[in-house]
Design a protein around this ligand. Structure first.
Ligand SMILES: Cc1ncc(COP(=O)(O)O)c(C=O)c1O
Length: 445
């Protein structure tokens, strides 16, 4: 099946081109974040409304991106808009605490078993960084372990081993802790051990070898950059049990996967982490990150009797706008709302898979709850190396994303698609129908 020649998107209009030519003068590569998709230029957005967004050329799209899975209620969720509008009048940031931060903290503590106490920051990157610092301060050890290919934001140690290619990722038994940018201090790689996802034996051996040098293992239960592959129970068991034997903390990074359920992803996969990192959905569409955990570990942030072991501050940390938006958004994510999203996700993944099987097309679908991903592969991948997008596959993904755009759907070209509570049955059917049409078109090329 050849897919490279599916035509360029019909819907990338003149205004996006005009804005991009201005942007290129003021931003390196024309964008302000590396993850902005472009084909050949980014689509500039004018507004979002529920499950849809409208671009600057006035064209409407069903949004399966939802700002990297953040907008669990879609765009412009009424209750959040009202609460935030009130808060704007009352003040957007203070040097003093507000009741709003306690409200959001209480909500999260009551739902997520791993969190007894919590601290808020502004991004997932910061939250991962503070979780790692907390683990180091708690254990007195410098090194961390993490999963090959997994994304945890931009803290140097969390980034290592994230961008490996077949030429650079090294031995399967000891993957390279590749720095993500030139000039990273060499000591970073010295203090990062890379484990392969779903390789229980390999992970156990590496953790044992590093032993008491490790402060923590940072584990995203279903890493999106690896391809939203389900974690195998024996892998989780091996990582957590071996960590316990050596006094190594387990950090569950649920910045993206908290979306997988009322209590988050660790509950779903039976992990009892010492620290849990959250972000995205808990901010209701505003910047946020959070690190929480057991009282004894969180004590490293306690500065009430002298300097805290880990100083965590931040000019905008726990700003009342993010706190209010997050609380209202999460209040509407009741258990029933999570169950509905789960059913929607199951239906979409099932129908996409049925379309693939019917046409015997070379694709597989991964994901859980409201998250899904379509891989242009015949076999279900089980780790980063298997999920790695080969050059021919990249063309296929781009072609599929273009086809979706031409049919009025934003489908993340290289990433994770997600559903929102704003989506209707009709929206979901449209996703499946467009995919099926794409398979039909692609098979004739
Ligand atoms: C698992 C995970 N951790 C950390 C981050 C970083 O979060 P942020 O982009 O808010 O810094 C992300 C972002 O996508 C993520 O998916």
């Amino acid at each position: 099946m050849r897919t490279e020649s599916v035509s360029a998107p019909k819907h990338l209009g003149i205004r996006s081109h005009e804005l991009f030519s201005r942007a290129r003068n003021v931003f390196p590569d024309g964008t302000t974040r590396a993850t902005v998709e472009r084909d050949p230029v980014p689509r500039y957005v004018m507004k979002g409304e529920g499950a849809y967004l409208t671009d600057v050329d006035g064209q409407r799209f069903l949004d399966l991106h939802n700002n990297f899975t953040t907008l669990i209620h879609g765009h412009g969720f009424g209750p959040v808009i009202e609460a935030v509008a009130r808060q704007l009048h009352d003040g957007t940031c203070f040097a003093n605490p507000t009741a709003h931060e306690i409200d959001l903290a209480e909500l999260l503590v009551s739902r997520i078993p791993a969190i007894e106490q919590i601290r808020f920051v502004n991004t997932g990157t910061e939250a991962v960084m503070f979780a790692i610092k907390a683990a180091r301060a708690f254990t007195g050890r410098p090194a961390i372990a993490k999963i090959e290919g997994a994304y945890h934001g931009a803290y140097d140690w969390a980034e290592a081993g994230q961008v490996g290619t077949p030429a650079t990722w090294g031995l399967a038994s000891a993957p390279t802790a590749l720095p993500s940018y030139t000039g990273t201090p060499k000591t970073v790689a010295d203090d990062v051990i890379i484990l392969r996802f779903n390789d229980a034996r390999g992970a156990r051996e590496q953790i044992v070898a590093a032993g008491r040098r490790l402060a923590c293992i940072v584990l995203d239960p279903m890493p999106s950059r690896i391809g939203l592959i389900a974690p195998e129970a024996d892998f989780i068991e091996a990582v957590v049990t071996t960590a316990r034997q050596y006094g190594i903390l387990v950090v569950s990074d649920e910045v993206l996967n908290l979306r997988q359920g009322y209590g988050g992803a660790s509950v779903r996969y039976g992990i009892q982490p010492d620290l849990l990192v959250a972000g995205k959905i808990i901010g209701g569409g505003f910047p946020i990150g959070a690190v929480g955990g057991s009282r004894d570990v969180m004590e490293v942030f306690d500065g009430s009797s002298g300097a805290a072991k880990v100083q965590q501050a931040g000019t905008f940390s726990a700003n009342p706008v993010s706190m209010v938006a997050g609380r209202v958004s999460m209040e509407h994510m009741t258990e029933a709302a999570f169950e509905r999203l789960e059913r929607m996700g199951d239906w979409v993944r099932g129908e996409l898979t049925a379309a693939i099987e019917m046409r015997q097309a070379p694709y597989v679908v991964t994901g859980a709850a409201s998250l899904f991903r379509i891989h242009p592969k015949r076999r279900m991948p089980c780790d980063y190396r298997e999920a790695y997008t080969q050059p021919g596959e990249a063309a296929s993904i781009r072609a599929m994303s273009r086809f979706f755009a031409s049919e009025g759907i934003i489908f993340p070209a290289a990433g994770t698609a997600c559903l929102s509570t704003a989506m209707s049955e009709g929206d979901l059917k449209k996703v499946v129908q467009v995919f099926d049409r794409y398979l039909a078109v692609a098979s004739t090329l």
